[in-house]
Design a protein around this ligand. Structure first.
Ligand code: FAD
Length: 493
């Protein structure tokens, strides 16, 4: 099947509904259930963009196996231009939600692509597993499936190892191997976008297990409808309001869920790592997958930074505050954030290099910087929008109010210098959903943690960064004599 349409995505969910539980009940059809239908439609919209005549070339490419046009995020990049081409695709999908869908399917598509390219890595454990990875990537690519993923163990007691908990199967672990495959039991916390076709279980990008933890060293994939796999969703943030009232929450609540595995059989052909702690600990970094994911992420964050800047400037224009210096300075902060993220994206493409598996991989230093910087900048972006909007952010009558008995007063007192009240309220409702609604609050948390615990992510950056040349330069500076001829040459950058 070539790149799917939105309808095909929705039909797939109806045919094989993920085992989702929301607010005490099972969701029979996620395409019609109030908590998930709008998000499913938003993901369907992304798939439809693959078929828009003016975007077909941007969004798809010709599959090397089937000759059909498949989603461009599956592309196996061999040049910097391939990475730039893929970035254009990421940006189209990110712009469709102003960057507020974090886990659009391209995020895990690039993960799978890199893991499949690195098939020899998985072969280090067992000659079959690399082939499993490769075949699974091709299966997902050719069927244009949507994946969710879960990397971390439940937060029961971070003070002890998973095998020291009273029940060693709180964390997802291997129960036994059988002729058909492996049996797994336990939970992972957590999976965003459970309205997906398949779930990918991979080791964490930053958490490292110890030798005793072989049971938990796992990588595999199964359909979200597999018996024994269940998704316990958090309370929905799409609360049934109109797009006018909740412009983001009513569209993009991608949902988060705990994932329970109740003695689930994973067929051998879907097993990529089992019982190998060393391989699991290095899986993301050694396959390069984490850098391809970070490259998708930086494109989404650029879309989000553009949205904050656009909304901030529109608000300033609307209420006539642009002449105040501190207002200009605050908008300038958003411009700096945007330009820094753009620069890091460009730098990651400029410093891209072919990895051990022949894949053109974006530069890790720039992406690690972006990955660590944006979570720090995001709360300030939210604060800037709040500071620029003040009471405007809260005085936002609903659609019903604007049609009700106070409609005339609303039109009169809530207009703006360049807009009527409807236009003004629509803009401020968007700013509200970005910053202070429940949807906005969850975004704030998401930005802090979606790519791992910021503390350990920064430690990983520190530990992996080559600081030696700069220490050496300082040493040489301290040793330099005043005689220019005797001054040691600076090491090349
Ligand atoms: C909105 C949202 C969406 C998410 N979506 C996904 C997803 O789709 N897929 C997925 O796999 N994951 C997802 N995550 C989970 C994310 O990967 C984790 O939140 C992140 O890795 C941190 O783990 P944790 O939440 O278990 O926090 P914990 O590890 O329990 O940390 C809690 C606190 O304790 C501290 N702490 C705990 N252990 C240590 C330690 N050893 N050293 C130092 N400090 C420590 C942390 O710094 C933090 O302050 C999502 C998270 C959020 C909030």
């Amino acid at each position: 099947m070539p790149a799917r349409t939105g309808t095909q995505f929705l039909e797939g969910l109806q045919r094989n509904p993920p085992n989702i539980y929301v607010d005490g009940a099972k969701v029979d059809d996620p395409t019609t259930h109030a908590a998930t239908a709008n998000a499913a439609r938003s993901i369907a919209h992304l798939y439809d963009l693959q078929h828009r005549p003016d975007l077909v070339e941007v969004m798809t490419y010709v599959s090397p196996s089937s000759g059909e046009r498949v989603g461009l995020s599956f592309l196996e990049p061999s040049s910097r231009e391939d990475l730039r081409r893929r970035a254009r695709m990421h940006k189209v999908w990110a712009d469709a939600s102003l960057g507020f869908i974090g886990r659009s399917p391209d995020y895990l598509n690039v993960n799978l692509m890199a893991a499949a390219r690195a098939a020899p890595y998985f072969d280090l454990q067992d000659g079959r597993y690399g082939e499993h990875m490769r075949r699974y990537y091709e299966f997902v690519r050719e069927n244009d499936l949507c994946l969710t993923h879960a990397l971390t163990n439940p937060q029961v007691n971070r003070g002890v190892r998973a095998d020291q908990l009273i029940d060693p199967y709180i964390a997802l672990g291997l129960v036994k191997e059988t002729a058909e495959g492996i049996i797994v039991r336990g939970a992972r916390m957590m999976a965003t976008l459970p309205i997906a076709d398949e779930i990918l279980i991979f080791p964490s990008t930053v958490l490292k297990e110890q030798e005793e933890m072989t049971r938990y060293a796992l990588a595999f994939a199964v359909p979200c409808s597999t018996p024994g796999v269940s998704f316990q969703c958090r309370e929905p943030l799409d609360v049934g309001r109109s797009h006018e009232d909740h412009p983001l929450g009513s569209r993009f609540d991608e949902m988060d869920a705990m994932v329970y595995f109740d003695d689930v059989l994973v067929p051998w052909e879907r097993v990529f790592i089992v019982n190998d702690v060393k391989l699991a600990n290095r899986a993301y970094a050694s396959t390069g997958a984490v850098y391809h994911m970070a490259h998708q992420v930086v494109n989404v964050k650029i879309a989000k930074a553009e949205a904050f800047l656009g909304v901030a400037q529109a608000i300033v224009d609307m209420i006539g505050s642009e002449q105040f210096q501190h207002v200009q300075q605050k908008v300038a902060e958003l411009i700096v954030t945007l330009e820094v993220m753009r620069a890091l994206k460009t730098q990651s493409e400029e410093t891209a290099a072919v990895d051990a598996y022949g894949t053109m991989t974006p530069g890790k230093d720039a992406l690690n910087a972006a990955r660590n910087l944006f979570p720090q900048l995001y709360p300030r972006m939210v604060e800037v929008l709040q500071l620029l909007s003040a009471s405007g952010l809260i005085m936002i009558p609903t659609e019903a109010d604007r049609k009700g008995p106070m409609a005339d007063a609303i039109q009169r007192y809530l207009s703006a210098r360049n807009a009527d009240a409807d236009t003004r309220v629509r803009l401020f409702r968007l700013a509200w959903d970005m910053t202070i609604s429940s949807f906005g609050g969850r975004q704030n948390l998401y930005e802090k943690f979606f790519f791992g615990d910021p503390v350990r992510t920064q430690c990983a950056l520190y530990q992996g960064y080559d600081t030696a040349p700069y220490v050496e330069r300082v040493r040489r500076f301290l040793e330099r004599s005043d005689d220019p001829a005797a001054t040691p040459a600076a090491p090349a950058d």
